[in-house]
Design a protein around this ligand. Structure first.
Ligand SMILES: Nc1ncnc2c1ncn2[C@@H]1O[C@H](COP(=O)(O)OP(=O)(O)OP(=O)(O)O)[C@@H](O)[C@H]1O
Ligand code: SF4
Ligand SMILES: [Mg+2]
Length: 355
């Protein structure tokens, strides 16, 4: 862990997500930014991201590739390289201020109370160590287990993650496991210490559809049984709909909308969210083609001065040439000049009607 969390005095409206009113807050991140590099080559990969997660709650984080989903969570975990500067106004986990605690105190939380299933999980397993060695290390390091207790717990964990023929997998190396089995080992490592918060970064990418469904069912069962809060990072809005109550949508390093899942699907408030939904084939039944936003995410070194979506936004107005405000919506917030902008006729709809 190399990147220290630096407390910043910034004090403006934050893009806080929704959270269960009835459960105590577990994680409260306010205005977290990550900059890579220095001087003229410096770029902001994550820009004032705020997220709230209640105990036992599942929140999905969606957004296209490069939007800052993984970097945000890696910053929380303290796993970014030294070239990263992480700043935040507030990071409180389980009533503990992570900005003021020592590196040693932070290490006591990371990997134990907060754990992560990494994107490309299969390549995160050490090819030189058996399943037993990799799981055993977590149990010895974080829980102080020794001797037979380690062995017993490893087997328990493998059975918990429904590893086929668990007893005979203890001595195998990662290359002897299928993709689905490797993912089960990663999940076993992540839940070994019964974390209060599990970050699952694209947990089903690179698995075939049947195994994807099994892994999501497993994660969802463990989340419910263990009452873990979970951040589900995904590109798949189908997974969002099935597995989470709240959602945060990211674009170019910023959270652009937070809301509940039903609200996002029925009435997206941000043009980018609307575009994500319009790109789901299952929701485009009867259409000849999927609607998509023109252009690409602006380069790190060529960002527009105002709203980052403005070069691609069908609703763009002169007012969008300055950074947009953060407005309240019925169930969250939106970063746009209008909290109900997607109810206006979009360019796509206008073009469609002219055909
Ligand atoms: N170690 C690093 N050094 C420099 N830039 C980085 C580093 N890690 C990530 N980035 C940049 O930060 C931005 C956000 O990356 P991030 O990995 O968070 O995207 P993501 O939303 O998780 O995308 P994906 O869906 O493809 O996983 C990208 O522009 C990426 O190139
Ligand atoms: S602020 Fe303007 S450009 Fe940005 S999303 Fe809203 S309408 Fe589009
Ligand atoms: Mg990622």
């Amino acid at each position: 862990m190399t990147d220290p969390l630096i407390k910043t005095p910034i004090n403006h409206t934050s893009m806080n997500g929704t959270s269960k009113k009835d459960s105590p807050l577990l994680l409260d991140i306010e205005n977290l930014s990550v900059t890579f590099g220095q001087g003229i080559r410096a770029f902001r990969a994550v820009d004032d991201v705020s997220l709230k997660i209640a105990q036992g709650e599942v929140i999905a984080v969606v957004g296209e590739s490069g939007s800052g989903k993984s970097v945000t969570m890696m910053a929380l975990m303290g796993l970014l390289p030294p070239s990263a500067t992480v700043r935040a106004q507030r990071v409180v986990f389980d009533n503990k201020d992570m900005l003021s605690m020592s590196a040693k105190e932070r290490r006591g939380i990371i990997g134990k109370d907060i754990s992560m299933i990494f994107q490309n999980a299969m390549s995160c397993l050490n090819p030189s160590f058996t399943v037993e060695m990799q799981l055993g290390e977590v149990l010895r390091k974080h829980l102080g287990l020794r001797g037979a207790a380690v062995q017993t717990r490893i087997l328990e964990l493998l059975e918990l993650v429904e590893m086929p023929d668990a007893k005979n997998r203890l001595k195998v190396y990662p290359h002897q496991l299928s993709g689905g089995m490797s993912q089960r080992v990663m999940i076993a490592m992540a839940i070994a210490c019964e974390p209060k918060l599990l970050i699952a970064d694209e947990p089903t990418t690179a698995l075939d559809v049947t195994v994807q469904a099994q892994i999501m069912d497993l994660l969802s069962r463990l989340q419910r049984e263990k009452q873990m809060a979970m951040v589900l990072i995904t590109h798949d809005l189908g997974l969002v709909a099935q597995n989470s109550r709240d959602v945060a949508v990211m674009y170019a390093g910023q959270v652009v909308e937070t809301s509940t899942v039903p609200e996002i699907f029925q009435k997206p408030a941000h043009p980018y969210t609307e575009a994500l939904l319009q790109a789901i084939p299952e929701l485009a039944i009867g259409q000849d083609r999927l609607n998509s936003l023109p252009g690409v995410v602006p380069s790190q070194y060529d960002r527009p001065a105002g709203c980052l979506l403005s070069p691609r936004c069908p609703y763009k107005e002169p007012a969008c040439e300055v950074p947009p405000p953060i407005l309240d919506t019925p169930n969250g917030k939106v970063r746009c000049i209008d909290s109900n902008i997607t109810s206006r006729p979009s360019h796509a709809a206008i073009l469609e009607s002219q055909v």
